[in-house]
Design a protein around this ligand. Structure first.
Ligand SMILES: C[S@@+](CC[C@H](N)C(=O)[O-])C[C@H]1O[C@@H](n2cnc3c(N)ncnc32)[C@H](O)[C@@H]1O
Length: 85
């Protein structure tokens, strides 16, 4: 048996991810700080399973000289990520 994820399912998951990002902002900021200590000076970062882009934009702020590429299988997620600032 296979299950098909619909646009509404992805939209609902996207809402949840964005709420998580708000609630866990302090935690995410700590993780970005650790990443900076460990990763050196990357030129390219691939955020695989980027969702709505919390990690993508956090990494872009943490590593301003790097090119950050967001990859996600869901067009709904990527559209939401593209609309983000
Ligand atoms: C739990 S969400 C995490 C989103 C984001 N990394 C975050 O921390 O907010 C997992 C994401 O991975 C994506 N994903 C799962 N399998 C994938 C695959 N094989 N290729 C690309 N994206 C995938 C899903 O579409 C979903 O947006």
């Amino acid at each position: 048996m296979t299950a098909q994820f619909t646009h509404d399912d992805w939209a609902s998951t996207a809402e949840t991810l964005d709420l998580d990002a708000l609630l866990l902002d302090e935690h995410f900021q700590r993780i970005f700080g650790w990443t900076k200590e460990m990763a050196g000076d990357p030129r390219t970062i691939v955020d695989l399973g980027a969702g709505t882009g919390t990690g993508t934009f956090g990494l872009a702020r943490t590593f301003p000289k790097a090119t950050v590429v967001a990859v996600d299988q869901s067009e709904t997620m990527l559209n939401r990520l593209r609309g983000r600032r």
